[in-house]
Design a protein around this ligand. Sequence first.
Ligand code: BTN
Length: 311
Amino acid sequence: MKNKKFIIKILEKASEPVSGESIAKKLGISRTAVWKNVQALKKEGYQIETTHKGYRLINSPNFIDEEILKKLPYKIYYFKKISSTMNVAKELGERGEEALVIAEIQTSGRGRLGRVWISPEGGIWMSLVIKPSFSLKEAFLLTYIASLAIGLAIKETTGLKIKLKWPNDVLYQKENEEKKLAGVLLEIKAEVDQLKYAVIGIGINVNNEINSFEPFAVSLKEILKKEIKREDLIIEIVRKIQKYLKMSSEKIISDWKKLSSTLGKAVKIIQPQREIRGLAFDLAEDGALLLKTKEGKIEKIYSGDCIHLRY
Ligand code: BTN
C-alpha cells in the first residue's frame, strides 16, 4: 500500500523515466516487487509507460481526495473498488459506528426495487451510516432529506435546474425532458420502534460515462461539458443532510415539495400487486404521496415505482 504511494510520488516528481532499480533502492524492495506494484497501479487506472530507461507516469486517474473529506465530522472509509458501499456501511451500523463509506468503483452496486446500479469510475457512490433518534415511523423522512440534500447541493454548486421525483430521484430538467442524475437507497435497522441505524446510499452520475442502455440517465459531466470536483459536492451533501436531520418534518416536506417535479403531474405507480394512475397532488404529513384517481378517489402511496406521464 505504502509502496504504491511512494512509487507514484517518485514518478510524479521525475521528468525522465525512472529505472526499476533506482526505485527498488529508494524503497528498499526488490525490482520484482517494484514491477508488481506498477502492475497494481496500472489496474487502478494509472497510465505508466515502461521504456528501456524505466517507468514513466503518463496520467493519473482523478481519484477522490480523502484528505479533503476529513473536514466532515464522520469517519471516512474509502475504497478504490468494492462490491457495494451499502454492505460495508451496514457492518459499521451493526458495530454502532457512524461513518461515510465511499468507493471509486462498485462491482455490485444496488438500486431501489432490487435493481442493479452501475457504478464505474468517476461517479459518487457513497453510503452514510447514521444513528438518528428517529422512530420507525419517521424513517421515511430520511429519503426526502437525502434527495433534497443532493438536489440542493447540485443546484448550488453547478447552477443547474434540478428537480426531485418521488420518492427519491434527482432529475435534471431541460425543457420538457427529465433525466436521472442521482438516486437514493435507504436501508434501516430498527429495534422495537426506534431506529438502530440507517444507511443512506447515494449514487450520483458525476464524471462517469453513462451506458447507452440507460437512455434516461445523465451525468453532470455530460451536461456541463467538463469534469467537476467530487469532493466539494460530497461535503455539501453531507452538510445539508446534517442540517435537515435537525429540522422538523414539516420543514423537510415543504422544502422537498418546492423542488418536486412529481407534484402536479399525472403519474403511474407500479407496485408488486397493482398499478395505479392518478394526479399526484400533494404529500401527506406521514410522507405518503397523495394521488387523485380518475374516479375521484384519493389514494395514499407509500412505496412503488413512480412514472411521470405526459398527458
Ligand atoms: C436508485 O435506485 O435510484 C438508488 C441508487 C442508489 C445507488 C447507491 S451508490 C452507493 C450505494 N451503494 C449501492 O450499492 N447503492 C447505493
